[in-house]
Design a protein around this ligand. Sequence first.
Ligand SMILES: Nc1ncnc2c1ncn2[C@@H]1O[C@H](COP(=O)(O)OP(=O)(O)O)[C@@H](O)[C@H]1O
Ligand SMILES: [Mg+2]
Length: 334
Amino acid sequence: MEKKKLLEVKDLRVSFFTPAGEVKAVGGISYDLNYGEVMGIVGESGSGKSVEAYSIIGLLQSPGKVIGGEILFEGENILTYDEKKMRAFRGNSVSMIFQNPMTCLNPVYTVGNQLMEAVLCHEHVSKEEAKKRAMEMLTLVGINNVEKRMKQYPHEFSGGMRQRVMIAMGMICNPKLLIADEPTTALDVTIQAQILELMKELKEKIQMSCIFITHNLGVVAEICDKVSVMYGGRIIEQGLVDDVFEHPAHPYTQGLLRSMPRVDAESYERLIPIEGTPVDLLNAPQGCPFAPRCEHCRRICLDEMPDYTSVGNGHQSACWLNALQALEGGSEVA
Ligand SMILES: Nc1ncnc2c1ncn2[C@@H]1O[C@H](COP(=O)(O)OP(=O)(O)O)[C@@H](O)[C@H]1O
Ligand SMILES: [Mg+2]
């Protein structure tokens, strides 16, 4: 079956215009997401993962501004939508799960009420139908005693259960795209594992396209089809998860894999942190953002940002080293 594109992000640029100057949070990123595909976005804190996600859902906060590029959703550039169209888009086509459930659950309404409201807001169905959907959704995310739970308030749920409610909230309107921004980071490790297991099950049950932002590479290995590695507001490597994790081409990805525990690792290897500090996006360098921390850094790396080099089937890396190796090997520089 031919893969169909749901989302195409083309050279997206987002800056924050602060009193101190322009912070180039996202400095030109491009990727495609097909129907039914799950893409992981990984990278250190501050690399632009959330800003990227907020741009797609139209919730970028001032002084943040999209300053270039396109976000095509089913072929339409959502950056041209007005506020009304954007609100409808958020309700019907895309939804987001946040790190902290309380950012989208209202403490003064019961959970059942909020789930039903989400349905009634976007679809012309009866109250009974909305209630049925809410209960089905709670069951789907692994919540027991649904009748009773529907009448409870968010604070009556534990952290993990609240996160399940938020996942239910995110999925109840059948969005075409679900964006999960570090959905388990605030939870303790056991609960994290349960939520991830749930997301894995849901992925198999429902063919939903999903962007999964996390700094846990094990999670990506478990539930994602492809992965984008971000550094300093750029995607420096992207490809199928197996390709990128088995044959990381970019020195940053290689460092990241060495620095993080992997749930799928056979043995406990020693973790080696990446030396140096993250790039200052207020004074973003003109060359490769990783160059100052890179053990392979050459002159050209400091002067010029490299284009992508194809290092495999759909596997791309933005690194001069890869570009030069490709030239020596006689293959094309993408
Ligand atoms: N409100 C803001 N004002 C100024 N700069 C911001 C703001 N929010 C984010 N940024 C900039 O955008 C960068 C990326 O942020 P973010 O997308 O939240 O990172 P991540 O989600 O990868 O941890 C930050 O390093 C910061 O420089
Ligand atoms: Mg973030």
